[in-house]
Design a protein around this ligand. Structure first.
Ligand code: FMN
Length: 190
């Protein structure tokens, strides 16, 4: 049976305004791996990819035609998991510390949490727009979600860095992705 962790409702305790977070955000390349609590993880997930308008089914991250084809995954010291926006829960993929596998650069292996932004091929196959635009929107929409993560992290005093440097095959295996899924980006937070 799938193990799930229900996340606490998000809290709105940002220390910075959006304009300040944009101005202050920098790629941080020094981490001490300290544990983030469940509320911090819940907030990072929600403000990256959560459902912010339940009535109409809209999310924190816009997606082309609202296809919602980007999945958010994370690895902390205890597990790797997939964020389930509809339930605001984590679906545990495997217990254990796999953070180092999600990075190549030594500094990044030391982050508290690694996030991965994945184009879900099955969901994207339902994209109602021009099929020629698929690749463009897959990458665009993943970058938008990753930007949410970094700006939210900055707003609460955490460091972050977007990373194109990861081993796709290793991360895909660890996250048990489908062969057609595409990991566009990773982000380290701490
Ligand atoms: C798509 C993308 C991929 C990146 N990949 C990496 C990476 O693998 N490792 C890294 O240390 N920084 C990475 N960066 C961070 C950039 O080097 C950084 O954003 C740039 O130097 C500007 O610095 P700033 O983020 O502090 O403004 C990446 C940034 C983006 C947008």
């Amino acid at each position: 049976m799938t193990e799930k962790i229900q996340l606490p409702a998000p809290t709105f305790n940002d220390q910075l305004k959006v304009s300040e977070a944009i101005a202050k955000r920098r790629s941080i390349r020094q981490y001490d791996g300290h544990a983030l609590d469940l509320q911090q993880i819940a907030n990072l997930c929600y403000f990256s990819a959560g459902i912010t308008d339940k009535q109409h089914g809209f999310c924190a991250n816009p997606t082309a035609c609202n296809t919602q084809h980007i999945d958010l995954y994370l690895a902390n010291a205890d597990f790797c998991a997939k964020y389930l926006p509809a339930e605001h829960a984590l679906e545990i993929i495997e217990r254990g510390d796999f953070r180092a596998e999600m990075a190549i650069q030594p500094f990044a292996k030391e982050a508290s949490v690694q996030f991965a932004y994945v184009v879900n091929a099955a969901t994207f196959s339902k994209f109602p727009g021009n099929p020629d635009h698929k690749a463009k929107y897959g990458h665009t929409d993943a970058a938008i979600m990753a930007t949410n993560t970094c700006l939210y992290a900055t707003s609460v005093g955490m460091g972050s860095v977007m990373r194109g440097m990861f081993e796709p095959a290793i991360v895909a295996k660890r996250l048990q992705l489908q062969p057609e899924d595409e990991i566009v980006l990773t982000v380290s937070v701490g």
